[in-house]
Design a protein around this ligand. Structure first.
Ligand SMILES: Cc1ncc(COP(=O)(O)O)c(C=O)c1O
Length: 459
């Protein structure tokens, strides 16, 4: 067996073992049939990997922020803040959550694409770093600065630059295309950008983010390179090192097809060191804003099969994850396919005997429309009510994009970590020793009242 297969199996077993413990402890079962499980050891490992890749051989003061949009659960944010991460907030709600999570202002980046004047004032007052999306937004900040005297000298404010370099097949994915809604076009407005930094001495930051999933590292690196060339031109025009904060965004792709972590932070750092060595020279404080690559592979849904039926020759498993919890996958199944693993009713990996026939199966969700299927035509053996499925790589952008359609309740979120002493669990009919898992309730399951609040007048 290759090392790769061994690791793949070990990680699957770890998830199954955690699910077994959760079932045995009553966290999952008939009345709590679905939960998001977050492997906190994996999250911590990902944070350590970013640090090892970026900070180890560099004098730069890196501030690695978690993109809150990937997983805004307060206790998750508190956990990553305790590990020394900063937070990136893309809305007022996310900004308030960042403050509540205890991140210091200097480690928070606020870059909502559409900010009201009130939101800008609030963020300036908090002292967080603000990335401005467009020139009219800069005009608003300038008006506030003009009226606030000395306070402006303490601002941490920058422009979001769109290098306008992505084209062809990347048009659909990138935020750095010629006509993207994000940022200020570098090709369109290079001179205006330089003039803005010349005009406002408090503009001391700059930001670039060319996109997330599906974006090649080279595109990110070439965007960062163009931004740094712009910074040189700005400094030449201004006559001093005005920009001290560089934000290179998030956007490292995640592999959804297996347990393998590819690409890695080490590869990204290497690519950036080649293309943009200034990032590592200590000249600037550098923000990163990783989301998916920190949390996606740490999370899985465990969901109990409620009913199994066959219609028109297709096996259909009805369970608890649908368009509410997997909105991207349901509406874009080819772009966001999810791996699904079958478990027994006790949560052990369900072995498939060679004598068992595999049949085309739709793993269907609970929402009331025909397309509510999280996995189409997958080969599964005969499934049974009470068995579980694991849905992988959903630690980011699944729970966070929860939809209230059908007024269903968002599931509980559990964090788990391995601890001593070890316990023995039955996995795949083999006795395998696992560490005991300690579970923490990160977020209780939503109540019906919680859900209805959005649709019920408060008067
Ligand atoms: C401005 C900004 N920063 C960071 C991220 C996080 O990207 P990812 O989760 O792919 O790392 C995003 C994603 O949309 C973003 O728009």
């Amino acid at each position: 067996m290759s090392d790769h297969t061994t690791t793949e199996e070990a990680l699957l077993r770890r998830k199954a073992a955690a699910t077994q413990v959760a079932i045995a402890q009553g966290l999952l079962g008939e009345s709590d049939p679905v939960a998001l499980m977050l492997d906190l050891d994996h999250v911590r490992g990902a944070i350590d990997s970013v640090r090892a890749a970026f900070d180890a051989d560099s004098t730069t003061d890196f501030c690695h922020c978690l993109a809150i949009k990937s997983n805004p659960t307060l206790r998750v944010l508190q956990y990553v803040v305790q590990q020394g991460m900063g937070l990136e907030a893309a809305s007022l709600g996310e900004l308030v959550q960042a403050i509540r999570a205890g991140a210091p202002a200097e480690n928070i980046v606020f870059d909502s694409p559409v900010k009201t004047t009130e939101e800008i004032r609030f963020a300036l007052k908090q002292g967080v770093t603000i990335n401005l999306d467009n020139m009219p937004e800069l005009d608003r900040v300038a008006a506030i600065a003009a009226a606030s005297g000395d306070a402006a000298s303490r601002y941490r404010v920058g422009l979001r630059i769109n290098p306008q370099g992505a084209s062809g097949s990347l048009e659909a994915f990138s935020t750095g295309t010629m006509t993207s809604k994000f940022g200020i076009g570098l090709v369109d407005a290079r001179q205006e950008i330089i003039a803005a930094y010349k005009r406002y001495s408090w503009l001391n930051a700059i930001h670039i983010h060319v996109g997330s999933q599906g974006i090649p590292m080279d595109l990110m690196a070439s965007g960062v390179r163009r931004m740094l060339d712009l910074v040189k031109d700005i400094h030449a025009a201004v006559g001093k090192q005005q920009i001290t904060l560089i934000d290179i965004g998030g956007g490292m792709s995640v592999n959804f097809s297996s347990e393998e972590i590819t690409p890695t932070f080490a590869e990204l750092s290497e690519t950036l060191q080649q293309a943009a060595p200034e990032l590592f020279s200590g000249e600037y404080r550098v923000f990163t804003e990783f989301g998916r690559s920190i949390v996606a592979k740490a999370g899985f849904y465990a969901s109990r099969l409620e009913y199994v039926k066959t219609t028109g020759g297709r096996q259909i498993a009805l369970q608890h994850i649908g368009a509410d919890m997997a909105i991207r996958t349901i509406y874009h199944p080819d772009k966001w396919p999810l791996r699904v693993t079958l478990l027994t009713s006790e949560g052990a990996l369900r072995p498939v005997e060679s004598s068992e026939a595999l049949v085309e199966t739709d793993i269907a969700g609970p929402c009331c429309f025909a397309g509510d299927i999280i996995a189409h035509r997958r080969p599964f053996p005969q499934l049974h009510s009470g068995e579980y499925i694991l849905v992988h790589d959903v630690g980011g952008y699944y729970h966070s994009s929860y939809s209230k359609y059908n007024l269903r309740q968002a599931p509980a979120v559990y964090g788990f970590t391995a601890a001593t002493p070890p316990v023995t669990l039955e996995v795949e009919h083999r006795s395998t020793t696992y560490e005991e898992f300690q579970f923490t309730l990160l977020q209780a399951r939503e109540t019906v009242e919680d859900t209805l609040r959005m649709f019920t007048p408060s008067d």
